[in-house]
Every structure is written in structure tokens, then in C-alpha cells.
Design a protein. Structure first.
Length: 191
């Protein structure tokens, strides 16, 4: 039993000539690879390290030299509390935040017990700024700022080798934009 619609079905399945001009997306996307894992410059730990050395030296120097025995007993406890508060806490805060640069995204993670993560898609980046202060220039670090209209702004604060990171992220943005079909070049601004 035939309904006579066999030729119409074949005509509907034939590709439309105007659809051939539209480029088809690639069948398999390129995998995402980690390019770098960054922390803030260790220059921020110089103060806590010097303070730790001063606390150790002061505790050793003042041991059994204080006028009353209870002060001599309290000295190591006070030194330990000061070392934890002013030396260990800044180290933990420094270790707390990591930035991961991949071939497609910038990912910032922070937190020990509760991890917070923010992501920035590189294919949408439009403007990059490298900002460096006088101490950052001496240390080779700086702030890399990536602006993208509606997606917002991501600031990589005080990253080591800032010029190299700035160039690498700009190159990754250009490659991601080219794969996404965006032809606008990345504007690089140095301040």
C-alpha cells in the first residue's frame, strides 16, 4: 500500500543549496589544557618571614632575662601566638588563592574548607591591561587585567613574571577568539 508521498520525502531530505554556504562547526573540539598555575608574588611574604625571625630572636634573647618568673613562662606562649597570628596566617592566606590559566579559561580558586571558584572564558576577552607599580617593576610582578564587556573584568593581582603572563593570556585570547569565529583583535594596554 503506497500513499504516493515517497518522492516528497526524498525532496524534503535533500539539502537546501543556501545551507551549504554556512560553515559547519567542527565535529570534535580541541581539548582544554592547563597552561599555568599561578599564585600571588611571594614578595608579600617578606614581612611575615622577617617578623618570624625577629620573634624567634627576641624570644631567645629575652628567655630567663625577664624580672619575674611568670613573665619568663608567658614569653614562649606570647611568641607562639604572635607567630601564628602574624606569620602563619599570611602564609595560609597566600596559599589560599590560586589562578589556573587554561587554553580556554582563566579560573580563580580560593578557600580551604569551602572552595570558591570563578571562571572567565578567554574567547570573549577584548582588552587586556598590565599594571605595574614601582615595587612590582623591581620584582617583575604586576596586575594583569582582562576586560570583556558583559562578562565583566578579571584581575590577576600581583602575578610573578607579569609581562610573560600578559603575553601568554593575550595569545590564548586571540587563539580562542579565532576558534570561536570572532575576528576582533585583542587590544593590549600597558600602564
Amino acid at each position: 500500500m503506497s500513499f504516493g508521498g515517497g518522492s516528497r520525502v526524498a525532496a524534503r531530505r535533500a539539502p537546501h543549496p543556501s545551507l551549504d554556504a554556512v560553515p559547519q562547526p567542527p565535529v570534535r573540539e580541541q581539548q582544554e589544557h592547563v597552561v599555568a598555575r599561578l599564585r600571588r608574588s611571594a614578595r608579600s611574604l617578606t614581612g611575615p618571614v622577617l617578623l618570624f625571625l625577629f620573634i624567634c630572636y627576641g624570644t631567645g634573647f629575652l628567655w630567663n632575662r625577664l624580672p619575674t618568673p611568670w613573665l619568663n613562662s608567658a614569653l614562649p606562649i606570647v611568641a607562639l601566638v604572635a607567630a601564628i597570628a602574624f606569620c602563619l596566617v599570611p602564609l595560609l592566606l597566600w596559599m589560599n588563592r590560586v589562578t589556573i590559566v587554561t587554553t580556554r579559561r582563566l579560573i580563580t580558586r580560593r578557600g580551604f574548607v569551602v572552595r570558591e571558584s570563578s571562571e572567565f572564558v578567554l574567547g570573549r576577552g577584548a582588552t587586556m591591561t598590565l599594571r605595574r607599580g614601582p615595587l612590582q617593576l623591581l620584582a617583575g610582578s604586576g596586575d594583569v587585567i582582562v576586560h570583556a564587556g558583559a562578562q565583566g573584568t578579571m584581575i590577576l593581582r600581583d602575578v610573578p613574571h607579569a609581562k610573560l603572563v600578559h603575553q601568554a593570556v593575550a595569545q590564548l585570547i586571540e587563539e580562542s577568539s579565532a576558534q570561536a569565529g570572532v575576528t576582533a583583535p585583542v587590544r593590549r594596554v600597558s600602564a
